[in-house]
Design a protein around this ligand. Structure first.
Ligand code: ATP
Length: 312
């Protein structure tokens, strides 16, 4: 009897920007206690999971040469984790993962986490697993701190390592310009640099999170712009001093405000509306302060199957 091979499943998954990132004390497990507000952005990766002749991973697109195409890839780790959860072997099942990257690698926008979240949704659709979003979120949290958020999407308040999420009311579509740097920054290195800066002095700390939640509920970009804040920014700028110039150039180009996204080095600029974002992007491209400029909007949904019979 011929085995029926299921058709490939493709999932689109957002990146994230942190509108507010409060880094607290180091915990016993070595992680810092975080309070953060995430927003999912329309800058996306696409991940296809298929049954193929050869199992494995392939990576194409933005920064692909800096991404491992082997078992270290976060998308493969997610495949492995989910397969173990249901007692199957992804190699024996000839699972192949094809990643098309739009999210910068080591850019502070959760690119690897996004691929992991997408792989979970795609494999679960390919194998028609009857898992709820909560089951997937639990597996996602075991893979990495940002994986549950990109699975979920929208706007959310994250606590713990960032993996405990509460959805946040956000009435408005916000328009962003993203400036990619020439090279990435390692997230652990940026946290270590923050610890060093704090041991030596008193780098700036973000204020309370409540006003950020109020600004999101009001939908006023000007109000939100005044409140963007990231405790990791000082550390990212200390490791990559050129970011100061990028942040200034975005505001000079007409953005309401700029912030380093997560651990950086991508800088995210909040703009008044879609037209303003296009103008800021054009001017920033000409300023020669970064490698690539993109426009994006948020909030957008989390990892979702696109096309085919499984589309929502
Ligand atoms: P975060 O914002 O969650 O701190 P990041 O966006 O700064 O993360 P990633 O792009 O997730 O960083 O990559 C971090 C590291 O993970 C890099 O060294 C990269 O080689 C590795 N990596 C493993 N799998 C992937 C993947 N699928 N996509 C991107 N990077 C991956």
């Amino acid at each position: 009897m011929l085995a029926v091979v299921p058709p490939p499943v493709t999932v689109r998954v957002p990146s994230k920007v942190n509108l507010h990132l409060d880094v607290g004390d180091v915990r016993e497990d070595g992680y810092h206690e975080l309070t953060t507000v995430f927003q999912a952005l329309s800058l996306t990766d696409e991940v296809t999971v298929a049954v193929a002749d050869e199992p494995g991973v392939e990576v194409h697109g933005e920064g692909a040469t800096n991404v491992p195409a082997n078992a270290k890839n976060l998308a493969w780790r997610a495949i492995d984790e989910l397969a173990r959860h249901v007692g199957r072997d992804p190699v024996k099942a000839n699972i192949r993962v094809i990643i098309r990257k739009g999210i910068p690698v080591s850019g502070g926008m959760a690119g690897g986490s996004a691929d992991a979240a997408a792989a979970l949704v795609a494999l679960s659709a390919l194998w028609r697993l009857e898992l709820g979003r909560d089951d997937l979120a639990t597996i996602a949290g075991a893979i990495g701190s940002d994986v549950p958020f990109v699975l979920h999407g929208g706007t959310a308040l994250g606590t713990g390592r960032g993996e405990r999420l509460v959805p946040v009311l956000s009435r408005h579509t916000f328009h962003w310009v993203l400036a990619f740097d020439r090279r990435g920054l390692s997230t652990p290195r940026v946290f270590t640099e923050l610890d060093r800066l704090r041991a030596e002095g008193d780098p700036p700390r973000v204020g309370a999170v409540e006003p950020v939640l109020e600004a999101l509920a009001s939908g006023e970009p000007r109000q939100l712009a005044l409140l963007l804040g990231n405790d990791l920014q000082a550390a990212a700028v200390s490791l990559r001093p050129g970011l100061r110039r990028t942040l200034r150039a975005g505001v000079d180009a007409g953005a309401l405000a700029g912030t380093v996204s997560g651990s950086g080095p991508t800088c995210a600029f909040l703009c008044e509306d879609a037209d303003a974002a296009l103008r800021v992007a054009a001017e920033l491209s000409g300023a020669g302060v970064c490698r690539t400029v993109r426009v994006a909007h948020g909030p957008v949904p989390g990892a979702r199957v696109i096309g085919g019979d499984d589309a929502p």
